[in-house]
Write a protein that binds this ligand. Structure first.
Ligand code: BG6
Length: 515
């Protein structure tokens, strides 16, 4: 690995000058699992290729699987070969592999923590690591408590008030499955760690295009003056996935689209789109603004849930030339499951900026394609001077932020059609990451892991934000549960969602964007 020259990160500029990746060991709980293989190890490898990892750095996989250092390295290599953004080169791999280790252990066994501690204490001096550690909990949520207390009771957590050595804990979603359980998780975390040691990860916040929302809003002077109810008609957030539930039914059956996508990723996206300008790029200043926004979401009362929220399940359909099964026919899904695979919402933000502006959200699995987008539709021009012919009304301006794929941004404006008549035609001003910056953007996990190594919590969720978003979600969950519905509205796999979702937006005189 190279010595670090940490490029200034435009998002945290000012802070980035001071923050450098710090020598540490990253211990991956569940190191032999899927997240580790698909995301974490490839992300670390790419950071190493970019020379962004500290020289004094080691990775220790910690899990119950019977692996050795050698077999863990083979496992890591296969993960990189299959999932890495950039392909594996023998020379870089040799160097990287020399920093990978494995410790077998049982998460609920004190002796395993003692062995882990001894192993870390033996490894750290070899790399000149001062005992600073990042623990990544890549484990099912039911193990969070066990691991957190295991670390604490095993003497593996450094005092919170000392700068070095530091301990940081990365916790994966889901943080709870409703408000009470999220509070319980936060209580356990805070019994053993101080808030500044905690990094609750939401990988959407690590996506380049999601970070660009702040850069776009506050790094330009032309958007912010228009960013309010005077000029914005409505906002649409779409997170569509082409895949069905795949092999994850065990988890998904306990979650559903509202918990899986809206409570975390989409509300975080919304908070960046709609928050007030922060007065500094310090982590807690930005996190305060995001929290403020979540607290301004108008609660949906139980009796209004049906007017503001639609849930649905994919039924069998024809997709990409193949018959696709309905959700209830998927492996490990109950034949009478009422887990929603699609949700559409109409949301209001009760503050001066957003008064009366509807925000429409839709997300689902088994949709026609994978696409995530935030579209801000501006109000119609106040006085019709052009295209007075009602067959050709003027199209409103739309600023579309494409989060994935084809990351970029486009602005639809009206332009005169060439010719003697004055006719306005919608045209697009397009910016694409791919064509402008060439290289592939880093993966979300690259950015987020680096931020933890650096100690920048801006893109992580604080306890209060997690609880605020559950607080808003909870009445919807309660109303759905109380309804006792045995059948949800359906949409054929490979389509854009149920007719009920079209009605939701149509009731306000709008339509979902065609993507
Ligand atoms: C995860 C959800 O958090 O995000 C998955 O649990 C979902 O169900 C995934 O597929 C989507 O992430 P991305 O980065 O592929 O949009």
């Amino acid at each position: 690995m190279n010595d670090i020259q940490f490029d200034e990160n435009p998002l945290t500029s000012g802070l980035a000058d001071k923050l450098l990746p710090q020598a540490c060991t990253m211990v991956i709980f569940g190191g032999a699992g899927d997240l580790s293989r698909r995301k974490l190890i490839p992300a670390l490898y790419n950071l190493a290729l970019d020379g962004l990892l500290p020289t004094q750095f080691a990775v220790v996989g910690f899990a119950v699987d019977a692996l050795t250092d050698e077999s863990f390295r083979e496992f890591a290599r296969e993960g990189i070969e299959t999932f890495s953004r950039r392909s594996l080169s023998e020379e870089d791999w040799e160097d990287f592999a020399g920093h990978l280790f494995y410790q077998q252990g049982n998460f609920s066994d004190a002796a395993s923590y003692a062995a882990l501690k001894a192993r870390l204490e033996a490894l750290e001096p070899q790399f000149g690591i001062p005992g600073s550690r990042v623990y990544y909990l890549a484990i099912p949520p039911s193990f969070i408590d066990t691991c957190v207390f295991g670390l604490h009771d095993g003497g593996l957590v450094a005092p919170a008030d000392q700068p070095l050595p530091f301990t940081r804990l990365i916790v994966e979603k889901p943080i709870g499955r409703d408000l009470p359980s999220a509070r319980a998780v936060n209580r356990s975390l805070k019994a053993c760690f101080a808030e500044h040691q905690l990094y609750r990860i939401d990988h959407y916040l690590g996506k380049e295009t999601v970070q660009n929302i702040l850069a776009m809003r506050f790094g330009n002077s032309i958007f912010e003056p228009l960013w309010n109810s005077k000029y914005i008609d409505h906002v649409q957030i779409t997170v569509a996935e082409a895949e069905g539930v795949g092999t994850r039914a065990g988890y998904y059956e306990t979650a559903g689209a509202l918990r899986d996508m809206v409570q975390n990723h989409i509300l975080q996206l919304l908070s960046l789109i709609a928050m007030e300008p922060p007065w500094s790029m310090r982590a807690d200043v930005i996190r305060d603004r995001r929290l403020d926004l979540l607290q301004c979401l108008r609660p949906i009362r139980s009796r209004d849930v049906d007017r503001h929220a639609v849930r649905a399940q994919y039924a069998s359909g024809f997709y990409r030339g193949k018959n696709a099964p309905g959700y209830r026919r998927e492996e490990r899904v109950a034949a009478d499951s009422t887990t929603e695979t699609y949700v559409a919402l109409r949301v209001f933000i009760d503050n001066w900026r957003w008064a009366g502006v509807p925000i429409y959200i839709r997300t689902g699995k088994a949709m026609p394609k994978r696409v995530s987008e935030v579209a801000v539709q501006f109000k119609a021009v106040p006085h019709m001077l052009f295209n007075t012919d009602t067959d050709h009304p003027l199209e409103p301006n739309v600023l579309a932020l494409r989060i994935q794929p084809d990351e970029g941004m486009s602005l639809r404006i009206g332009s005169k059609l060439p010719g003697p008549k004055v006719r306005i035609y919608p045209v697009k001003m397009d910016f694409r990451y791919g064509s402008t910056f060439g290289d592939q953007s880093p993966e979300a996990y690259e950015r987020l892991l680096l931020d933890v190594i650096v100690g920048d919590a801006t893109l992580f969720m604080r306890d209060d934000a997690v609880e605020a978003s559950w607080q808003w979600i909870q009445p919807i969950l309660d109303a759905w549960e109380a309804s006792g519905e045995r059948w949800l509205p359906e949409y054929p796999a490979g389509t854009w969602g149920p007719v009920e979702a079209d009605r939701l937006i149509d009731a306000d005189g709008h339509a979902w964007r065609q993507l």
